[in-house]
Design a protein around this ligand. Structure first.
Ligand SMILES: Nc1ncnc2c1ncn2[C@@H]1O[C@H](COP(=O)(O)OP(=O)(O)OP(=O)(O)O)[C@@H](O)[C@H]1O
Ligand SMILES: [Mg+2]
Length: 378
């Protein structure tokens, strides 16, 4: 495939990364000052890209600050979490494999570490003691970053992506208590926890009865502004010898509702269809192509929803605000008003909708467009 100036589905770094100046400098200063940071946003707005960008910046600026990245995407069990944590901390704080082996032996003595290495630098750590033993005594791993930081005169930031994954663990609450009780004592290490499922994570970080209440600086990532997208899109077009006017860049941002992933995808599709100057017709064709490409997926999602869930989506997409009022309940066949809360909750859990300060919106702008205009024909 041709090399395009837009990226999606992988991280936006360096020249692909736009804006986020305010958030970038906030996270950079938090990391430098070892302030715990929590970043929340719906899917694909740019959390992971932001944290990677900050790591790039600090990697150059602060050699004694080590940043370690853990992704809970594939971590389903507490046991796997400890192994991932230990492995990534050891990796982030040692450059050569001899040093890794040395660190593992020195700092994880009681766990009888065994390390295997592969040529692609994928060191694997396993432990001589079993899970039952490890579960009783995870202290060494939970304090590992602090121990290494003190011994080696470093500062460490441990970044944990897809943090909502902890809800899959056997006892998420006990697990959170364990983390918090260890981590709050660390003075040379800070933690950056981030993920989607904003509602679940909001509960974790802002409910006073939860262990992670007031754990750190809570950042709600916002969408990148149209102005920024316009600047970015026209720059990337002109850098590759093509042109796009402000009007057409605005259409791209608007059709994608400024959603980072989709703006990039739509810009790319428009760019590919452009010989020299991108027209509104090209952008619309690209948008059509995108919808067609995703429609099978949208049909599957829609078929998996119940009739009342769909009725609620129809009411939302029709712009109704008083969802629990008698007339709306009747008009859209929503059952009793008690139903509404349950329906909203189920659509939230499935990440179909997002609720912010009294406003309900669909999370995926392309699905929203398809559902509204092609499925419901509103
Ligand atoms: N600052 C940015 N500048 C330009 N494009 C961006 C930026 N941030 C994100 N993107 C675009 O959005 C896509 C998704 O970004 P990213 O994976 O960082 O989001 P996320 O919030 O971590 O998503 P998820 O919730 O799926 O983990 C990227 O592939 C990129 O195309
Ligand atoms: Mg991510």
């Amino acid at each position: 495939m041709e090399n395009t100036p837009f990226v999606f589905g992988k991280l936006a770094t360096q020249i692909d990364f736009t804006d986020r100046e305010k958030e970038t400098s906030q996270v950079v200063s938090n990391f430098k000052a070892l302030v715990n940071t929590i970043i929340l946003s719906p899917r694909r707005w740019g959390k992971t890209s932001l944290v990677k960008r900050v790591s790039e910046i600090l990697g150059n600026e602060e050699p004694d600050l080590k940043i370690c990245h853990i992704d809970l995407f594939n971590v389903r069990k507490e046991e796997d979490f400890y192994i991932a944590l230990a492995t990534e901390i050891i990796k982030a704080t040692s450059t050569k494999w001899e040093e890794r082996a040395q660190n593992a032996k020195e700092f994880l003595t009681r766990l009888l570490p065994r390390i295997s290495f592969s040529p692609e630098d994928q060191s694997e750590i396993s432990f001589g003691i079993g899970w039952e033993e490890l579960k009783k005594n995870p202290d060494e791993i939970l304090n590992l970053a602090e121990t290494i930081a003190v011994e080696r005169g470093l500062k460490i930031v441990v970044c944990i992506d897809e943090f909502q994954g902890i809800s899959e663990f056997e006892d998420p609450l006990a697990f959170q208590r364990k983390l918090r009780s260890h981590w709050q004592r660390h003075t040379h290490v800070s933690y950056c926890l981030y993920g989607s499922k904003r509602h679940m994570l909001l509960e974790v970080f802002s409910n006073p009865s939860m262990p992670f209440y007031k754990f750190g600086d809570l950042i709600f990532l916002e969408k990148i502004s149209t102005e920024n997208w316009v600047e970015f899109i026209s720059r990337r077009f002109s850098e590759t010898g093509k042109k796009i006017r402000e009007e057409e860049s605005i259409i791209i941002a608007q059709l994608a509702e400024n959603h980072s992933y989709y703006v990039q995808q739509l810009a790319q599709q428009s760019w590919l269809r452009t010989d020299s100057i991108c027209s509104a017709a090209i952008v619309n064709k690209a948008h059509r192509g995108l919808i067609d490409q995703l429609s099978l997926l949208f049909i599957n999602i829609t078929e998996s929803l119940s009739t009342t869930q769909l009725n609620l989506l129809k009411a939302i997409l029709s712009g109704e605000k008083q969802l629990s009022s008698q007339s709306i309940l009747q008009k859209y066949n929503l059952g009793t008003s008690g139903n509404i809360l349950r329906l909203k909750q189920s659509l939230l859990t499935r990440e179909i909708i997002d609720i912010t300060a009294d406003q309900i919106d669909l999370q995926d702008p392309i699905y929203k467009y398809w559902l509204k205009l092609e499925y419901f024909r509103i």
